[in-house]
Ligand binder design. Structure first.
Ligand code: BDR
Ligand code: CA
Length: 313
């Protein structure tokens, strides 16, 4: 089984990604670490703990950074994820507590224990991962791969050129992309094609399990959160988890990628160097696989084949 840590800002689609990871037979989910993003850290952390315990798992949940490295703390600022991040879903407050170590300590602890096999799946702003790399440079050789939801080769959802996770902490993303650790960017180029519909919500509700019901409730919140019923639900974060289990769900090309930290209009833009023939050889190492196309049925199969296991537990 692939040892993974999910780093998240739960978050409606983060919650669905976590549920898939909890049940997917391909993973050994070592820990979940939390970060400020969609909503404040106290909510992203409590939402994550509540969810994991409600589903009966004792997975470690470690609390991370309350704010980005340099940006003022900024949440999505609208009702994208509801007031506290879980849409209309209200879960019982979890029994028990957070893991005693911080997100950064948990990442280095698991990276050492897994001896080079650990894969990180950040699905929120990259703050924790960057801080961990700065505190423990040995992570550069201990982390096998970072498969992250964030950025876009073209376009954005916070500005014309910046995706939310990249925009929320550009300095952190730049540190990670330049760390030398192999990365896979699951950006808006593919996540905006990861569309869920009412028939998907009906399927999950039909499972008759706690997990199925939470997924269906979150999806139905996402369907109506803007102009009643006009928007389908995009599974940004679930796609990053899915690709960790089944890389063939996306087509990728390897490039040098950085995140713009300056720029009057372009802060938070993920710059994919696909026409920069003037870089000297080796000057900009091509270490980031950028996802460019998606096999949607294969992705949906992954989600269903994972969450189906909630029926047996
Ligand atoms: C990303 O931003 C958040 O709102 C989602 O959870 C996802 O991680 C998409 O831009
Ligand atoms: Ca997220």
């Amino acid at each position: 089984k692939l040892p993974i840590i999910i780093d998240c800002d739960t978050g409606t689609d983060d919650a669905i990604a976590i549920i898939a990871a909890l049940y997917a037979p391909q993973f050994d989910l070592r820990a979940i670490t939390t970060v400020a993003g969609n909503v404040a850290l106290k909510y992203t952390s409590q939402n994550t703990l509540n969810l994991v315990r409600y589903l009966g798992f004792d997975t470690k949940v470690a609390v991370g950074a309350p704010q980005p490295i340099k940006s003022d703390i900024i949440h999505s600022g609208d009702d994208t994820h509801g007031d506290t991040g879980m849409g209309t879903v209200v879960l019982p407050k979890a029994e028990g507590s957070f893991y005693e170590k911080t997100a950064i300590e948990t990442i280095i602890e698991e990276a050492r224990a897994m001896k080079g096999e650990l894969v990180l799946i950040p699905i929120g702003p990259m703050t924790n991962i960057a801080l961990a790399i700065m505190a423990y440079p040995e992570l550069k050789t201990l982390i096998k791969e970072i498969i992250f939801m964030g950025g876009a080769m073209r376009g954005g959802n916070m500005t014309s050129v910046a995706e939310f996770n990249a925009w929320a902490d550009p300095e952190a993303l730049s540190i990670v992309l330049n760390s030398g650790i192999p990365c896979k960017m699951i950006g808006l180029d593919v996540t905006e094609k990861a569309i869920m519909k009412q028939e998907d919500a009906d399927y999950y509700r039909g499972l008759g399990t706690r997990a199925g019901q939470v997924v269906a409730d979150l999806l139905e919140f996402m369907f109506v959160r803007f102009n009643a019923g006009k928007e389908d639900a995009l599974m940004h974060d679930g796609l990053a988890v899915a690709v960790a289990a089944d890389p063939d769900i996306v087509e990728t090309k390897r490039y040098y990628v950085d995140c713009e930290c300056a720029g009057t209009y372009t802060r938070g833009h993920t710059y994919v160097a696909y026409k920069d023939f003037f870089f000297k050889k080796g000057e900009r190492p091509e270490l980031c696989d950028v996802a460019l196309d998606l096999d949607l049925p294969r992705f949906k199969d992954f989600l269903r084949n994972s969450i189906i296991h909630s029926v047996e537990t």
